[in-house]
Design a protein around this ligand. Structure first.
Ligand code: KG4
Ligand code: ZN
Length: 515
């Protein structure tokens, strides 16, 4: 699913009224929606999937109080968190317009809706008698504070003193970080399992989940220990006189819940849920890829939407447009292998070990990128799709051919030529995406962002367009929990929460609204 939440336009009214008609006994007409869209103080949003409107929500702002009018999702799209995403976005925008509390009416027997509103810290304050004209039923009135400041909406990481623990276990690093106020890392611990997987030439999922289980308690204890030390040094009164920071000092627990290896994700998620339950602190879910993008936000204050991000890791290669904070549209992605995967597979054939990216890029620095002419698949396909399996096969065939002919392979030349073929295509598509979307910033994200040739080529191609280019510092390129904390902080301020019944989603998409 590729749903995104955006403002309702006049052209959406027909589709919105069609959903309304089959959802409510006394539905609003198309004209009613069209008129309300123009009325003062209104915020109307739609959820869109592949260009089709599949849900909507509307709010009405009166002074500092906002009233949620309608919220509905097309029947076949229910149960995917769209209602929650619409409400989160509506709440954030009403808050940005000055709302301090939010109210709504709900049928007292609609337990599902009530649970959703309660998860946004809303509660029942009374009954509105004979509210539903068609049946004469009473409505339950709910309200809650909108704990989002205007400053929080202007910047994803405003100053503040929120203390957040973030946990990341989506692949082969067990990581935990504690962050203060959205930017200040007071602990950042990463336990890599790479050595355990290296002998198999890649990540073995069963080993990954077992190692996460073994490591997680120690990694989190270490993070809390370091956070205690750092906060004491900063004179933060939440730090105990000695020893680790207590869990009760935290404001929220954040965790990566997808995409990644399901058996690995569940380890972090189960721990985070347990901690949220034990401490009563809210749980915030983060998409791993959003985390990679936020490594840039964390390190570079100039990163702001509208932006384009190139996400290149061991599992992903995609170009993403972020028109505003928290809204993602995947422009295109790889049809087969991911860029990091291509590096890893080529290195494996050359017997260079796992992971292949770092060693191949070091070799490439010594070689001639023009030595061998490898294919640049889809370079001129006119879209944002990538295909890397052909390149991988071409490189492997070249290696075999040379070996059969009894010739020595010049590994630096081969690595440089292979890397150049990858870089050329990534740069061409990134430039096109920046131009076509009118983005003002560009971010490189994911493990392959550590590749020096790619970093340099993107800077050289995109900076002359007058677009700010951000590449994360090396230590934030590969998996870590600092980037998860940065993404979580911003979602936390927007009031977005993950339910304690949430499941790990191995194929969670960036375009999917937060659930
Ligand atoms: O983001 P990440 O740590 O894990 C995933 O989410 O997949 O990315 C790991 C990937 C591996 O495939 C690794 O080979 C690649 O990033 N990588 C590199 C470099 N450093 C790491 N690829 C190319 N050049 C590098 N210098
Ligand atoms: Zn990653």
């Amino acid at each position: 699913m590729t749903a995104a939440v955006r403002r309702m336009q006049p052209g959406d009214v027909e589709a919105v009224a069609a959903i309304e008609a089959v959802t409510f006994p006394v539905p609003w007409s198309q004209t009613a929606f069209a008129e309300d869209l123009e009325a003062p103080g209104r915020v109307w949003l739609v959820a869109e999937d592949a260009g089709e409107v599949v849900g909507y929500a509307g709010g009405w702002l009166l002074d500092d109080e906002a009233h949620v009018m309608n919220i509905a999702v097309a029947e076949e799209y229910r149960g995917r968190g769209l209602g929650r995403a619409l409400l989160a976005a509506l709440r954030a925008r009403l808050a940005a317009a000055g709302a301090r509390r939010i109210t709504l009416e709900v049928r007292p027997d609609n337990t599902e809706a009530i649970a959703l509103y309660e998860s946004f810290e809303m509660h029942s304050v009374g009954v509105r008698a004979n509210y539903y004209a068609e049946t004469g039923e009473d409505a339950m009135i709910m309200w809650g504070d909108v704990a989002v400041s205007e400053a929080a909406l202007d910047a994803p990481t405003p100053p503040g003193d929120t203390l957040l623990l973030a946990i990341e276990t989506s692949c082969d690093e067990t990581a935990a970080a504690v962050m203060r106020g959205g930017r200040e890392l007071v602990a950042n611990v990463v336990a890599s399992q790479i050595d355990f997987h290296a002998r198999f030439g890649g990540v073995v999922p069963e080993i990954a989940s077992r190692k996460h289980t073994e490591a997680i308690v120690g990694v989190i204890a270490e993070a809390m220990e370091r956070a205690g030390d750092a906060l004491r040094e900063l004179g933060d009164e939440r730090a105990p006189a000695e020893g680790p920071l207590g869990f009760s000092a935290l404001d929220a627990i954040a965790v990566t819940y997808g995409p990644g290896l399901v058996g690995a994700l569940v380890v972090g998620l189960a721990y985070a849920k347990g901690l949220a339950l034990a401490t009563g602190r809210p749980l915030v879910g983060v998409n791993h890829l959003e985390g990679h993008i936020f490594a840039n936000v964390l390190a570079d204050e100039a990163v702001r939407p509208p932006l384009v991000a190139l996400v290149v890791s061991g599992g992903h290669t995609s170009l993403v447009h972020m028109p505003e904070w928290g809204v993602y549209r995947t422009l295109g992605e790889t049809l087969d292998d991911a860029a990091g995967e291509a590096f890893d597979k080529v290195a494996k054939v050359l017997g260079l070990g796992y992971p292949g990216g770092p060693v191949l890029s070091r070799m490439a620095a010594e070689g001639d990128p023009a030595a061998i002419d490898f294919p640049r698949a889809m370079m001129r396909s006119g879209d944002y799709a990538f295909s890397l399996s052909g390149l991988k096969t071409a490189v492997i065939n070249h290696i075999r051919h040379e070996r059969e002919a009894g010739r020595d392979i010049d590994i630096p030349d081969l690595a440089a030529s292979f890397q150049a073929a990858i870089v050329d295509v990534q740069v061409a598509k990134a430039v096109r995406a920046v131009k076509e979307t009118g983005a003002r910033a560009f971010c490189l994200a994911g493990g392959v962002a550590a590749n020096p040739a790619l970093r340099e080529a993107l800077r050289d191609a995109i900076e002359p367009l007058g677009v700010h280019v951000s590449v994360p510092p090396m230590h934030l390129c590969t998996d870590n929990a600092a980037m998860i904390a940065a993404a979580a902080h911003y979602r936390y301020l927007r009031g977005e929460r993950l339910g304690l019944d949430a499941e790990a989603d191995p194929s969670l998409r960036l375009d999917t609204p937060q659930t």
